[in-house]
Design a protein around this ligand. Structure first.
Ligand SMILES: [Zn+2]
Length: 450
């Protein structure tokens, strides 16, 4: 996910969605048509990457990269680099919307409307939240539709027509209405009852909801958009379950998701927490991935599992949530002292403050982007190292890195990677794999002898 923000209302939910998408890691291409700029389905192990006495990791990496058609690479670069600008436009556009909603008194108007309908405070919060979500969704639609629909189609990554895409967005909106509604009712209850220490308790409540969301999402949320089934082809599951047993993972089942409904991206992920933790492959990976590639990707996902990345990330994001609430406590009071009267926002216990919370959250989230990416990229690199050792499939791993290069720039500069990449770049991943191969050449030379 990409990821970022929380406080009263939907900030918590947004952060959850972002967090979830971080674990959605990587994704591949759809049914039937394939864009001409797609990466090759099966990359041959290039001569320079074949085991030999003079095997060189750098040369092997270059040989893999050289197999990528120039058209595929330039399209992937354009798609990914466009994403850098979208981070900025999303931020500016969002801030403009929240500012407008405050400045023109719409937020106060929505609150007044909620107060006319009921005297029951939690219900007022729910009504305000519904109004706020609908208004910001409509105002955000032009950029949202371009980014989520037209741009994905333009780059051959989307498989949906507009109708099904829109219906997915409506499902997400309803989930946000319900979850964000519950979170905002509880948070405003806390703020009103604990006017001094609200930020500490608010952070606690948000961390609780965040963890709860991670736990229920694989069972109750994700299936709203996609079909999750138990994978039952023994040809595929036997090697995966064997790999799981060898790594002490008590998995009986591997799940498959029909990601090709929305996208051509290849991916797999580990999701959930406690009893709901599970490993899922998407159907694009199953269809286009070689057996070696699937093993390499599963080794990576098992790394997330064995290294406890989800519980550790819950701890990490808990700290982020506390920092955000501390920032809110400091910044909200200052903003309201200065502009509260003009915006007709009565205080931090007034639901009309929500757009300001989102505005401040966007600000913090924007500044935080490179640090968040670096946190996620670091854990992804850990999973890569684990996956190479577990699967012993460096060439499958290189193939996967090339497939993921359909939507992620293969060869960025180091600063660019630090700021923008939430996974190691394709080049670095291939190099990691070839370095591993160089240190384990005996595994491959013996194989070649038989
Ligand atoms: Zn991962």
């Amino acid at each position: 996910m990409n990821c970022r923000k929380m406080k009263f209302a939907g900030l918590a939910v947004l952060a959850m969605l972002v967090f979830a998408s971080a674990f959605h890691a990587q994704q591949t291409p759809g049914p039937g048509e394939k864009p001409t700029t797609a990466m090759p389905d099966l990359v041959q192990v290039p001569a320079a990457a074949q085991p030999s006495a003079h095997f060189d990791a750098d040369a092997a990496t270059e040989a893999y990269l050289a197999q990528i058609p120039a058209s595929a690479r330039s399209r992937s670069d354009a798609y990914f680099e466009g994403g850098y600008w979208l981070i900025l436009w999303d931020f500016l556009y969002g801030v403009a919307i929240y500012f407008m909603v405050l400045h023109f008194g719409w937020s106060a108007g929505m609150r007044n409307f909620a107060e006319r309908i009921t005297r029951f405070k939690p219900l007022q919060t729910l009504i305000y939240w519904t109004e706020f979500l609908i208004v910001t969704t409509i105002l955000g639609a032009p950029l949202g539709i371009y980014e989520g629909f037209f741009r994905e189609r333009q780059y051959g990554l989307a498989t949906q027509t507009f109708g099904p895409w829109l219906s997915d967005q409506l499902i997400i909106l309803v989930v946000n209405l319900i979850l964000g509604g519950v979170v905002s009712m509880v948070l405003f209850g806390v703020v009103r009852r604990l006017p001094r220490t609200w930020w500490i308790w608010g952070a606690g409540v948000s961390i609780f909801f965040f963890t709860f969301f991670i736990m229920i999402a694989p069972v109750y949320i994700f299936p709203l958009l996609n079909k999750y089934t138990v994978l039952d082809d023994p040809k595929i599951t036997q090697p995966i379950l064997s790999l799981a047993r060898a790594n002490g993972i008590p998995a009986q089942k591997v799940y498959q998701v029909d990601a090709s409904r929305q996208t051509t991206r290849m991916s797999a992920n580990v999701s959930g927490f406690g009893h709901t933790m599970r490993i899922t492959l998407n159907d694009n990976l199953l269809r286009r991935g070689s057996p070696e590639e699937i093993q390499a990707v599963m080794g990576h996902e098992m790394g997330h599992y064995v290294l406890h990345h989800i519980p550790k990330d819950i701890l990490y994001y808990s700290v982020v949530i506390v920092i955000f609430f501390a920032f809110l406590r400091w910044s909200l009071e200052g903003c309201l002292a200065r502009w509260g009267a003009r915006w007709q926002v009565r205080g931090i216990g007034d639901t009309a403050v929500i757009p300001l919370v989102f505005l401040l959250g966007s600000l913090l989230g924007f500044v935080y982007t490179p640090f968040l990416n670096t946190h996620v990229r670091t854990t992804e690199h850990e999973a890569d190292m684990y996956g190479l050792n577990a699967s012993r499939q460096p060439d499958g791993f290189a193939q996967a890195a090339i497939h993921l290069g359909e939507y992620r720039k293969m060869n960025p500069g180091p600063v660019e990677e630090w700021i923008f990449f939430d996974h190691p770049s394709g080049r670095n991943r291939i190099h990691d794999a070839m370095r591993w191969k160089a240190e384990n050449l005996q595994l491959f030379t013996q194989k070649a002898d038989h």
